[in-house]
Ligand binder design. Sequence first.
Ligand SMILES: [Fe+2]
Length: 436
Amino acid sequence: MKKTFKRVALFIVVVASLYGVGRLGIVTYDSYKFVEREPYMLMQTQNSITIKWQTPQEEIGKINYSLLSGNLEKSLAEKAPTKKHSLSISNLHECANYKYSVESKSLKIDNNERSFQTLCKNQNAQKLWVIGDSGEHGKNQEGVYNQMLKYIDHDFNSLSMWILLGDNAYRSGTQKQFNQSLFEPYHELVKRFVPWAVIGNHDARRWAFYDIWNFPKNAESGGIPSGHDEYYAIDDGNLHIVMMDNQTVDLSKDGDMAKWLKKDLQANTKPWTIVVFHTPPYSDGSHKSDSDSNSGGRMKYMRENFVPIFDEFGVDLVLSGHSHGYERSKLMINHLGKSDSFDITKNVLQDNKSCYTKPLERTKDSGTIYLVTGSSSKLDHATLKHPAMPFSFQKLGSVILEVTPSTLSSKFLTIDGIIADEFMITKNNTKCENEK
Ligand SMILES: [Fe+2]
C-alpha cells in the first residue's frame, strides 16, 4: 500500500514537473518569438504621435496622413528597411482630428477608418473607457467590450481616451499574448486610440511590455519629466493623469517615483487629477490588501507611502485593477493601515453614496475616491468586505468616466449592460443634498 502511494506521488511529481517545464518553454519561446503586428499608436502629445508596427519582412514603411477633412496628402517614410517599424509624425495641430493609413508590403493592414486626435489644452467634455485585468481573450472580454460599444452607440468619435489598468495580456505578457489579448480583440479601438496602459504583475512576467510601448518620460504629453518609462503624466483637456508602474519600481517613501510624483502634482494646474496603477491600496477582492505578503507587499507600500501624497495634493480619483472585481470608496483621506483601523468618522469626508463635492482649487486633504476595476475579462472569488470600499460587485465590467471642467462622473458598466455603480464629483460649488 505504502509502495503504491509512493509510486502515485512520484508519478504526479514527474507529470507536474514536465508540465511546468513545458509551459516555461512555450512561454519563453513566445516571449522571444517575433510576431507580426498591425499599426498601433503611442506617445500622443499636443502636436505629435508615434505609430509602430511589425512586419514579416524587412522593408521601408510609410504613413500617409491628413486632417480628417483632408485627403491623406502628407506622407512620411522610414529611412532604412526594418521589421520593427516606428514613425513619429510631428508638427500637428493641437486638439485636432487626423486620419492616417500605413503602407507596408509584407503585412496586410486594415487601413479602414484609422484616425487619432492630438491631446487638447482644453475640452468641454471628455469620455474615457477604463478597463482592468482585461488580458484574457474570449467571451468575457468580448462581452464587456461590446457593452461599452453599445454605451457609446458605436460612435468612436464620442470617446476621448482609453486606459488599461494592467494585466493586459494573460498569462505572462508575451508578444504573442499581447496580440491575442489586446491588439486583435480591440482592433477597432487600436486603430483610433492610444492604448494608455500600466503594467500588471502578469505583464511583468516577461519583457514585451516595455518593448511594445514607449512612454512620454520627458513630459512630452504633460506633467514634469520623470526620466523613466515607468512613470509619467498626460495632460489632456481637463485632466492630469499620472500613470505609474507599481510592479517593477521602488515603492518606498523616498524612492524616485514618489519624489517625482510630489513634484509633478505640485506643478499640476488641471482641474482634475487621476492617478493610475495596477495594484490597489485597498481591496478585499481576489487580492487582500490586509495581507502584508500578498502581491509582494505592494498594496501595503501603496497605502503607506503613496496615499499620503494623494492626500497632500487632493488627487481626485485613483484607478487600479489586480483584484478581479469592482470595489469603490467614498471620498476619503488618510487611511494608511489595515481595514480594522478604518474609521468612517475620520477617514470618510462625505458619507454619501454617489455625490461628492470638492473645492475648485487643488486643496490638501480634500479627499480621493479609490476605485478598483479588475473584471474586464475575468472574475475570481472575493469577499468584498473592505470597509473603505463599500460599493463592491463581483461582476464583469468596465468603467466609463465622463469629465467636464467642473464635474467628473464614473459608471461601472457590467457585462449585462447594467450600471451597477455610479458617482459624481462636482467642483462648481453645488452641494449634495439629501444623499446617503
Ligand atoms: Fe494583477
